[in-house]
Write a protein that binds this ligand. Structure first.
Ligand code: HSE
Length: 436
């Protein structure tokens, strides 16, 4: 039986998960793939901590070059993360004609187009199933299973940290900071959580998925990104009273000559299955022309769920090697020459429905002043909701709009903020139409 040699760069949680599956699932993998997947070497600066894995003949070294330059290694798995040394190692591995598998979404979102070019130039593969949605097979679904479809839209919960925090606020009425601390204590959130809670991790994943869905270059910089720091129990309670749930969604939609790509807290109806995806779980709903709606649901992080996705890429590459082929499936789902640069709609051009909340003075004429400014900016109000006077003498006023243009809403809010009718910044949460 053919032996395929594998090296892992980074022996952290994901690297250890990959090692564990390669070693403990050796028999299953051999019988499924028809080749021996031999974990030859692991490199990490820490070679002493016990990861609880019996490495057997696998070498643990502290120098990545011993893997990148090893002529016997066929596939290199990068599980270091980040955009500094991991980037350098991946480019060097591709240039050394190694197939590379990575879970590094930040790197792919920032440098994916260059990585794809380098892999093409060196005629090697680049696998990244674990970069988006953990164990959910979303990359393979977009790249292969949905090949006969125009992907019309994707709406997804792709960050377990944010989803855990929003679920906690919703279920217990906790303040954001309390929910974040709870997520950190349970190990869901990083000690430095901004990449997750400010929406950037979700945006990295959306940049990758949009490219695969629409055959476009990876474009992170034009994605509109808002995180969940300003979500309060007050807005979650209002949402509940309307039959809505607030989720941090990645939204990608295809139009004739552009795409939408945005990440922000979104109100969705409780009849939308995504509203029931709770705690740290991830899910993606895809609308496509032949399939209609399909959904994937699963663990977006964690040792073995992420390692499972890495193994699916290793298996694909191993199967290519044993059938003496290479790059059977294009890295971004389209041959590189067919990948286009498709513009992302500027946020100011978006049309959607809005939830607007104001802390208003409880004086005669305040409501008509706010609604007057909205009307002068073309914004039609669907409903108005008011909660009684608070101890500070202010009232909470919520307005739900009909479909309006983002630029009109921003212009109206800028004017309303300057009046003496409201205090503080209005809260704006976009409402996504129900799709089932
Ligand atoms: N930090 C991510 C999350 C997991 O909270 O979902 C890895 O993508």
């Amino acid at each position: 039986m053919k032996t395929i040699n594998i090296g892992i760069l980074g022996f952290g949680v994901v690297g250890a998960g990959v090692a564990k599956l390669l070693i403990e699932k050796k028999q299953l993998l051999e019988s499924r793939i028809g080749a021996v997947l031999n974990l030859k070497t692991i490199a990490d600066i820490d070679t002493t901590t016990d990861r609880g894995i019996e490495l057997g003949s696998t070498a643990l070294v502290n120098d990545a070059k011993l893997i990148i330059k090893d002529p016997d290694i066929d596939i290199i798995v990068e599980t270091i993360g980040g955009e500094t040394i991991a980037k350098d190692f991946i480019f060097k591995a591709l240039e050394n004609k190694k197939h590379v598998v990575t879970a590094n979404k930040a790197l792919l979102a920032g440098f994916g187009n260059e990585l794809v070019k380098t892999a093409r130039h060196n005629q090697v593969d680049l696998g990244f199933e674990a970069s988006c949605g953990g164990c959910m097979p979303i990359i393979k679904s977009l790249r292969e299973s949905l090949v006969a479809n125009d992907i019309q839209s994707m709406s997804a919960i792709l960050n377990g940290t944010c989803n855990y925090i929003l679920t906690k606020i919703s279920k217990d009425g906790s303040a954001f900071d309390v929910a974040l601390k709870d997520a950190q204590d349970l190990g869901f959130a990083e000690a430095e959580p901004s990449l997750d809670i400010d929406g950037y991790d979700t945006a990295h994943k959306l940049a990758i998925l949009n490219s695969l869905a629409h055959g476009m270059e990876i474009n992170l910089k034009d994605i509109h990104v808002e995180g969940i720091r300003n979500i309060t129990p007050v807005d979650i309670e209002f949402a509940k009273s309307f039959g809505y749930t607030i989720k941090l969604l990645a939204i990608g939609k295809k139009h004739d000559d552009h795409v939408e790509a945005r990440v922000h807290p979104t109100m969705i109806s409780n009849s939308n299955p995504l509203s029931h995806v709770d705690k740290s779980m991830n899910a993606i709903a895809i609308e496509a022309d032949a399939t209609g709606r399909t959904m994937l649901y699963g663990h977006g992080a964690g040792m073995l769920p992420t390692a499972s996705a890495v193994l699916s890429d290793i298996a694909d590459i191993a199967r290519n090697i044993i059938s003496k082929t290479k790059r059977r499936v294009p890295i971004l789902g389209y041959p590189e020459d067919n990948i286009k640069s498709i513009p992302i709609l500027p946020m100011s051009e978006l049309y959607t429905r809005y939830y607007l909340r104001f802390e208003a003075q409880d004086h005669p004429g305040v409501l008509s002043k706010i609604s007057g400014i909205l009307g002068e900016n073309n914004i039609s109000i669907k409903s108005v909701h008011q909660k009684g006077r608070q101890s500070n003498g202010k009232v909470r006023v919520v307005m739900i709009t009909h479909i309006a243009k983002e630029a009109w809403v921003q212009a109206a809010l800028a004017r309303i903020e300057k009046t003496d009718s409201v205090v503080g910044d209005p809260v704006i949460i976009r409402i996504e139409e129900i799709t089932q």
